[in-house]
Design a protein around this ligand. Structure first.
Ligand code: ZN
Length: 315
């Protein structure tokens, strides 16, 4: 990414610090393996794939659109993102874990069937859902997206597929502009747009009234999460007013449905989240809920991580 771009490698380096904190010592962690790049064909047209390949530079970075860039080694990032997500799905499907969180980048939910956009080259969560359906013979896979931006790409890829569920809360109006309530696909798309400044209480109503009952009725075999943490009030790219505990709340509600419907199977993929402390605190709340069924004491990233981060930067 060019200097100053919000979707920077620092996001994952900061989460590495979080995962190495004593509070998360007991969590099972593993490095993502590389998935086969050819699997992007599950969700994308040849034209899309050829466009992305043709823009990839031999060194340094190249622009795809005003927001979206590709670097010489972007395919390694894409393959490890897919590999991590697929490893997590496998572990959950085999019953080794009930759920998993994948700290991966670039994000994917804006990449449509035919078009990379919005920092996203390929739609990792859509590819993973289609792969999981095929590999494990699943009938219905659900994706819930609490990133502050609407996952236009995921909606686009599954718009006519009634065996895939897509439910999203997102700020509106905001990039990418899609995600109206009336966009319902084949009766499998549930959008709950939120106006600027929406806090945790109003967000909960949107889940309780619209997304959660629909998810429950859909009766999924597996739930995937587009876990973006840019609805936090500190995020520089958006204007919702969620707090870390709100991410824990929505995680817990989805876990209740996973418990009832699909043997607790949830795999969560990082999407956005561009304020480092907000990102770390949101992820901490999310994974504590996934691991322990409760958020626990709020994690104070400024206190616990910032000092180490600065020392590293100065080293
Ligand atoms: Zn986002």
């Amino acid at each position: 990414m060019p200097k100053g771009h919000p979707e920077s490698p620092d996001r994952l380096h900061y989460l590495d610090l979080l995962f190495n904190h004593a509070q998360f010592a007991g969590f099972d962690k593993s490095e993502a393996k590389y998935a086969d790049l050819g699997l992007v064909e599950l969700a994308h047209s040849q034209q899309h794939i050829q466009l992305v390949k043709s823009r990839r530079p031999v060194e340094s970075i190249a622009e795809i659109d005003g927001d979206t860039f590709i670097a010489a080694n972007s395919f390694e990032a894409v393959m490890s993102g897919m590999g991590g997500a697929m490893d997590a799905v496998e572990s959950v499907m085999l019953g080794h874990h009930q759920n998993g969180f994948c700290a991966i980048r670039p994000p994917g939910h804006h990449a449509e069937h035919d078009r990379p956009m919005g920092f996203c080259l390929f739609n990792t969560i859509a590819i993973t859902a289609l792969w999981a359906r095929e590999k494990y013979g699943l009938e219905r896979v659900a994706i819930v997206d609490f990133d502050v931006h609407h996952g236009n790409g995921t909606q686009d890829i599954f718009y006519n597929d009634r065996n895939m569920f897509y439910g999203s809360t997102h700020e509106m109006p905001l990039f990418p502009g899609t995600g109206q309530k009336r966009e319902t696909g084949a009766g499998n798309i549930y959008n709950a747009p939120l106006s600027q400044g929406t806090n945790g209480a109003t967000m909960r109503e949107a889940y309780n009234d619209r997304i959660l009952p629909a998810l429950d009725r859909f009766n999924p075999d597996l739930i995937l999460l587009s876990a973006g943490f840019d609805a936090d009030q500190r995020d520089p790219l958006a204007s919702l007013n969620w707090e870390p505990r709100d991410f824990a709340w929505v995680t817990g509600k989805i876990m209740d449905i996973a418990d009832k419907r699909c043997d607790n199977r949830i795999v969560s993929l990082l999407e956005g989240g561009y304020h480092l402390n907000a990102l770390a605190e949101g992820v901490a709340a999310h994974i504590n809920m996934l691991e322990h069924g409760e958020m626990g004491a709020p994690f104070d990233a400024a206190k616990e991580l910032e000092g180490i981060w600065r020392e590293r930067e100065n080293a």
